[in-house]
Design a protein around this ligand. Sequence first.
Ligand SMILES: [Zn+2]
Length: 259
Amino acid sequence: MLLVAGPTGSGKTTTLYALLHSLKLHRKNIVSIEDPVEYQLDGINHIQVDMKHGLGYPEGVKAILRMDPNYVMLGEIRDAASAKAAVVAAASGRPLLSTIHSRDATGVIDVLRNFNLNDHEISSHLVMVVAQRLVRLLCPECRHQQRPTRRERRWLELLGKEVPDLVWHAKGCDACRNLGYKVRTGVFEVWRVHADDYSLILQGVDRKKLYEHLRKHGHAFMLDDGLSKAAEGVTTLDELRGLGGLSAFQSQYEQQHRL
Ligand SMILES: [Zn+2]
């Protein structure tokens, strides 16, 4: 199971379609069941959930497996039935791709538990989680660097991050209609679930312990990806802060310190 996690409107489906698009290039047989079908991609068999005719995710996955696909996509794991359907597909040995509503990567474990998957099912099938959020891209025409503001300095210090001498800021010009930003990009976290992570999941540890475990082992969280994008002038610290906590624990931290 490869799951793309994020809140509504964070571009999860776009990431999944980008993956499917690149898989199609290798001429694989990909079948997806979605509710609704958001984009039609050539070379992919799309099946639409149709509850009126009794075609939910569980029935759809059964039908899909009879087609012997190389990859199965399930639009969204959003309840116990779709979580179970995802496990059925993954247990058949086909890679299963889906999206799930979660604040961050480790949060996915709790969401799957809430959908009645047991720790054994989760650790047997979960291979990778991609968590993501969207941030605005700095306008390359008018972006500029300056010394960090007191607020930026304080935010970084409280998060335990290094404060750079110069940070990128938005300004505004004709090219960006005075917004300082143009279009959006993703900040990502990719969690390849390792052997020690599996044993922690099987021990039933909560997301906070998993989060701490990953942090100790140098895992790059969404915040880290965001900070490196802010350092490169792709986006700003303001945009990252505006996301309101790139993980549950960062958010608690921010609330404690009234950021
Ligand atoms: Zn501009």
